[in-house]
Write a protein that binds this ligand. Structure first.
Ligand code: SF4
Ligand code: SF4
Length: 147
């Protein structure tokens, strides 16, 4: 049994012990924590490093599999029957639950789960990410799933 020590003294003792330990907090946003390789941040679009062209072949699978309807794509036919053009690709971030299914089904690994996680915004428009922004987010990102 510990002798009766006033709670204030116990509190000071805990504080005193912590004075000499390394802080567990970081100076965000100047410092950022590394996230794990398997972290699922904002879904992003990958591009061909040589041409800069988005890898998406406009198959529509990600739009169909998304359980929350967060992806809306608009495609146009091309002169070649087997090809379609990706005209628009919209990600409604407010609906996304970061499940990764869109990245899982993509046949060409065009969608990946990026390491970007900062979503706070005062503008509603920021929750609608378009093809251009998504391809900037995904430009250095590896494929999330190896097909
Ligand atoms: S991560 Fe899941 S919820 Fe988000 S866009 Fe992809 S399939 Fe939809
Ligand atoms: S699944 Fe991949 S290739 Fe198909 S529309 Fe989505 S991003 Fe494009």
């Amino acid at each position: 049994m510990l002798p009766l020590v006033p709670p204030q003294i116990k509190g000071f003792f805990v504080t005193f012990k912590r004075l000499f330990q390394k802080p567990v907090t970081i100076q965000y946003p100047d410092e950022r924590r590394e996230v794990s390789d398997r972290f699922r941040g904002i879904p992003a679009l990958r591009s061909d490093p040589d041409t800069g062209r988005v890898l998406c072949v406009a198959c529509g699978l990600c739009e169909q599999i998304c359980p929350t309807g967060a992806i809306v794509i608009n495609v146009a036919p091309t002169e070649r029957d087997e090809e379609r053009n990706l005209v628009e690709y919209t990600l409604k971030l407010g609906r996304c639950m970061f499940c990764g299914l869109c990245a899982r089904v993509c046949p060409v690994d065009a969608v990946t789960m990026s390491q970007h996680y900062e979503l706070a915004s005062q503008s509603r428009d920021q929750f609608f990410r378009q093809k251009g922004e998504l391809s900037v987010l995904g430009q250095d990102e590896p494929a999330y799933f190896q097909q």
